[in-house]
Ligand binder design. Structure first.
Ligand SMILES: [Zn+2]
Length: 458
């Protein structure tokens, strides 16, 4: 659907509009982002904060951007260094069991979880579907038990592009389960995986503890195993054996990779293109968030390759430790937060690599109208729908809160939460054409923000 430009003066000349089209087409044709993603995932592998692979990824991405002619700095931060151990579960006693048998429970430790004793624990399982059901229980019935929060992920909502809301609905259980469980005397907590995976695949993710409350081990079980436990527990007492041996090592030094493609007129004014470089450890972090990294790298690569020098600086940032608390973003805000006025815009891609139907933006209403020529430049790849949104990306929230216009490609998220934080978040899940479309959105938008006559309205 073609759009008619508003009557107001455009922030871009016809030559600049032509450059947007050129960058869009180059991003669609150029394999750089895909090649970089293949290396980051298949060659370097999972990039858990504090891991050798995360460090390797920092060095690799920094070297790649240096080779493009960007000015690269490593911004030092401190990150959690949690290491997964053994993780097994089985029901060992239940109504109707065949004597002498057990049934496997497929699970994975939640990020940050403390360990059980090495030999594991055996305890009865109490199942609740939500906070209200827990509140209604006599705490004495939970003491010494394993508490399962069996809150289902809304797959229907995810299938209708509402995955982020379905995720938001469930993630509170994942985050707070050990605090709530610990406060009522449970010996461990399980949560039903927050995601839509079939085929008995668990979804990990960060969990939390609170000081003054006993820290208890926490794991996610697959949707299928949550159903099994709920079914058996509805028939009578169910005992389970659970072994988790993760370790929280001392916080480790790590880095955000910052690479500036210097502005030709206002080098002090910056437009951020970004994704987060860390991933979970169960897979190679292709959609979360290798994709965000490589489409941001592509923006710098194409400016370099085509010899385009916008007025303002395009700053690539590979954020560190988004998954375990956004420590990298916090460090960036400590160092650059006072310079928010010189941050003209910030873009983060962290919702996979599905077809982008446009851009989410957070800022003043005038921004929507101002962006129309950019939307039009993205119309040929069907990425022309620009919509306001209260938030755009976890790592750029701090900048958004300081009034910096912020943006994210609006990816097709129908399948994202089937793979998110699972062992199946691998390179093959990324469609090359759709990845290229995301690269086009990042590149065109970054260029437009960096080269407009006046900075974006704020
Ligand atoms: Zn992510």
């Amino acid at each position: 659907m073609a759009r008619i430009l508003g009557a107001g003066p455009s922030a871009w000349t016809p030559e600049q509009i032509a450059t947007m089209a050129k960058l869009r087409d180059a991003a669609i044709a150029d394999p750089y982002a895909l090649d970089e993603l293949r290396h980051l995932t298949d060659n370097i592998g999972p990039r858990l904060s504090g891991s050798p692979q995360a460090q390797q990824a920092v060095e690799y991405v920094a070297a790649e951007l240096k080779a493009l002619g960007a000015e690269v700095t490593l911004e030092k931060t401190s990150v959690p260094h949690w290491v997964r151990g053994v993780e097994t579960g089985a029901v060992v006693e239940w109504k109707g069991m065949t004597p002498g048998t057990t049934q496997k429970i497929v699970l994975t430790a939640l990020g940050g979880s403390v360990a059980t004793p090495e030999a594991g624990i055996t305890a009865e399982v109490v199942v609740v579907n939500n906070w209200a059901e827990l509140k209604a229980l006599d705490p004495a019935t939970i003491k010494g038990k394993i508490l399962l929060f069996n809150h289902p992920f809304d797959k229907q909502l995810a299938a209708q592009q509402g995955g982020i809301y379905a995720y938001g609905d469930g993630v509170g259980y994942r985050a707070a389960a050990p605090i709530v469980g610990g406060s009522v005397g449970a010996v461990a907590v399980l949560v039903r995986s927050v995601g839509g995976a079939d085929y008995r695949i668990p979804h990990t993710g960060q969990t939390q503890y609170a000081s003054g409350i006993e820290k208890i081990p926490a794991a996610a079980v697959t949707a299928e195993d949550a159903d099994l436990l709920a079914d058996l527990a509805s028939q009578g007492p169910v005992k389970m054996h659970l072994t988790l041996t993760p370790q929280a090592l001392p916080d480790a030094p790590s880095y955000n990779v910052i690479a500036d493609w210097k502005g030709s007129e206002h080098p002090e004014q910056v437009v951020i293109v970004s994704g987060h470089l860390d991933s979970w450890d169960l897979a190679t972090g292709a959609i979360d968030d290798g994709a965000g990294i490589v489409v941001s790298m592509q923006a710098i690569h194409l400016l370099s390759k085509l010899g385009i020098h916008p007025k303002r600086t395009v700053r690539f940032v590979a954020w560190m430790a988004e998954e375990e608390g956004s420590q990298g973003a916090a460090t960036y805000m400590q160092e650059y937060g006072k310079d928010a006025a010189n941050h003209i815009g910030a873009i983060e891609s962290d919702l996979g690599a599905g077809h982008p139907d446009g851009v989410m933006w957070a800022g003043k209403p005038a921004l929507g109208e101002w962006l129309q020529p950019v939307a039009q430049a993205l119309d040929p790849i069907h990425a022309q729908t620009f919509q306001s949104s209260p938030e755009t990306g976890e790592d750029i929230n701090g900048l958004t809160e300081k009034g910096v216009p912020s943006f994210a490609p609006t990816q097709d998220s129908r399948f994202y939460f089937n793979y998110h934080h699972t062992p199946a978040d691998t390179f093959d899940k990324v469609n090359p054409r759709e990845l290229a479309e995301n690269a086009a959105v990042m590149t065109v938008l970054a260029y437009a923000l960096a080269d407009s006559a006046d900075p974006a309205p704020r």
